[in-house]
Write a protein that binds this ligand. Structure first.
Ligand SMILES: Nc1ncnc2c1ncn2[C@@H]1O[C@H](COP(=O)(O)OP(=O)(O)OP(=O)(O)O)[C@@H](O)[C@H]1O
Length: 326
């Protein structure tokens, strides 16, 4: 089977005059953790709904596990687990009872259902809470039960919509670790839709940035960072002090010129006693040496690497409105 487990070609969805998803081309590889990022209304849910066969595309192709989701939505649903942002359970039943109920819907025998449910509750860290009523579960526990629920049918792909919403930081960390572990150990493909850039950055192999129904960027974070901040992948900030105030201006100008002439430096900005130096690679050590050799005191040095928040921010500068059908 192809390594491309999700394939979208020219996928488009129009709601009247609004183009909710606009000519989307994307492939996701088997075993990959892919982050779908974008503000409210960017088209993420509509794309997920088309992948699951819940909404028919206006144009284009959507294939999941080699199956056309539009033509065979039931087959796709058998192979794909979907965890919505707020999964519903029977609150007056225990975690185990909730899972058994789902397992039976999937036409497994009682013995199989019990074994699978217990194994999964253990897997998601709910072994000790399996006899507790789901209504008494915390938000984090509910999401973990939701994950067990999604995994019960042994999917090849899981789609998680804002899975960490409302979970406390340690719960988030555990949940994300679990996702990575499951993906790596079982070759599970994960599609994670989220607004939480830091979380996406921590776990996703690649990300797609959606704005106004269009996929504006797609790749791993170092690649996106290189594309957007050409020649400026690192910014090093240096705090300086001039030992002799009478020579401060001359020393400042000389240092600025030396830095500009240094190979690998693409920009130098000076604000008061701070130098902001853009470079194509990590030049922290060399910059420290240059400043000290110029007989200028170095008061601090900090290195900033562009992260997903900078990348995301940069895409928003381009505007975010949906196109309208003419
Ligand atoms: N059934 C519908 N009828 C009309 N317009 C819709 C419908 N569903 C979605 N839209 C519109 O399509 C656009 C994309 O919505 P979508 O829900 O896919 O965005 P999203 O990125 O998932 O946002 P969120 O993060 O808020 O879930 C929005 O402008 C939305 O109002």
């Amino acid at each position: 089977m192809s390594q491309h487990i999700i394939v979208l070609e020219g996928l488009t969805k129009k709601y009247g005059a609004l183009i909710a998803v606009n000519d989307l081309h994307l492939t996701i590889n088997k075993g990959e953790i892919y982050g779908l990022l974008g503000p409210n209304g960017a088209g993420k849910s509509t794309t997920i709904r088309m992948m699951l066969g819940l909404t028919e595309p206006t144009a284009g192709i959507v294939r999941v596990c080699g199956i056309d989701s539009t033509v065979n939505p039931i087959d796709v649903k058998r192979r794909v687990g979907y965890l919505p942002d707020n999964v519903g359970f029977y609150d007056n039943r225990t975690g185990l009872e909730n899972l058994l109920f789902i397992a039976r819907l999937n036409r497994t025998t009682d013995a199989e259902a019990h074994a699978r449910a217990k194994e999964l509750l253990d897997r998601v860290g709910l072994a000790d809470a399996m006899h507790k009523k789901a209504g008494a579960y915390s938000r984090g526990m509910r999401q973990r039960l939701g994950l067990a629920d999604v995994l019960i049918k042994k999917p090849e792909v899981i789609i998680l919509d804002e899975p960490t919403l409302g979970i406390d930081p340690s719960g988030v960390r555990e949940f994300l670790q679990l996702i990575v572990q499951l993906s790596r150990e079982e070759g599970l493909t994960v599609l994670l839709s989220s607004h939480h850039l830091y979380q996406v950055q921590q776990v996703c192999d690649r990300v797609g940035i959606f704005v106004g129904g269009k996929l504006l960027a797609n790749g791993d974070i170092p690649t996106l960072s290189k594309q957007l901040f050409t020649g400026d992948s690192f910014v090093i900030e240096a705090g300086v002090r001039y030992p002799n105030p009478a020579h401060a201006e001359t020393q400042r100008m000389q240092l600025e010129q030396t830095l500009r002439d240094t190979s690998g430096v693409s920009s130098v900005q000076v604000v008061g006693e701070r130098f902001r130096i853009g470079c194509s690679e990590d030049m922290t050590a060399l910059i420290a040496r240059i400043i000290v050799q110029a007989k200028i005191d170095l008061t601090y040095l900090s290195k900033k690497e562009y992260g997903l928040d900078d990348i995301y921010q940069r895409y928003f500068e381009g505007g975010q409105t949906h196109e309208q059908v003419a």
